[in-house]
Design a protein around this ligand. Structure first.
Ligand code: IBG
Length: 221
């Protein structure tokens, strides 16, 4: 074994992209085994690798971890991206769970039928602009630090950047009303590990293309 974490998922963002982001931000190299067909998923199930018969699954430190949040929490704990004490951890958890709610609606957008897309996008942008982004703009304004919690990079910052960039892919001026989030984005995007992840050829997955949606659906449904 190479010692690198091995990620098992389809070759798409979906629920694995946050794991790719967090490992990349921590500067951890990883390998990926892409599920191409439903049979690939069945094989993992048959050999007992999937606790709940689902992916994402990550092989790391001799474990086969499932459940996206559990995976992210393990990586964050291991690489010191999870606060210095329980109170910082609680703040990080609140911020990340808020963003996970936003992320869920963003992630599901690709799979909406064509006649619902416009309305769905309007709902995403309404929630982002009026519920989620103002929270993080205010956090940064109130404490004046570069990072959301403890003046130090945490999984909350990584999650915020991931959400921001995906929102901007859907609507380029998504940050228009949030000057501090604009500078947060610029700062974070320049951190060496993240900068590398944002470059072409990295493990970061592109927006799913319409033509690939049936393949992904066929694996999981
Ligand atoms: N709570 C679990 C987690 O967070 O890990 C949910 C995992 C999950 O839903 N996995 C799906 C799966 O394995 C793949 S993600 N499905 C097979 C099954 O039998 O349940 C699918 C997905 C995509 C994009 I792609 C958006 C949302 C979900």
């Amino acid at each position: 074994m190479s010692g690198k974490p091995v990620l098992h998922y389809a070759n798409t963002r979906g629920r694995m992209e946050s794991v790719r982001w967090l490992l990349a931000a921590a500067g951890v190299e990883f390998e990926e085994r892409f599920l191409e067909t439903k049979e690939d998923l069945q094989k993992l199930r048959a050999d007992g690798s999937l606790l709940f018969q689902q992916v994402p699954m990550v092989e790391i430190d001799g474990m086969k971890l499932v459940q996206t949040r559990a995976i992210l929490n393990y990586i964050a704990g291991k690489y010191n991206l999870y606060g210095k004490d329980l109170k910082e951890r609680a703040l990080i958890d609140m911020y990340v769970e808020g963003m996970a709610d936003l992320y869920d609606i963003i992630m599901n957008h690709d799979f909406k039928p064509a006649n619902e897309k416009e309305k769905d996008l309007a709902n995403i942008m309404d929630k982002a602009t009026n519920r989620y982004l103002p929270v993080f703009e205010k956090v940064l304004k109130d404490h004046g630090h570069d990072f959301l919690v403890g003046n130090k990079l945490s999984k909350a910052d990584v999650s915020l950047l991931e959400n921001i960039l995906w929102l901007e892919e859907l609507k380029p001026d998504a940050l228009a009303k949030f000057p501090l989030l604009q500078s947060f984005k610029a700062r974070m995007s320049n951190m060496p590990n993240i900068k590398k992840f944002l470059q072409p050829g990295s493990a970061k997955k592109p927006l799913i293309q319409e033509k690939d949606i049936p393949n992904v659906m066929a694996i999981f449904h």
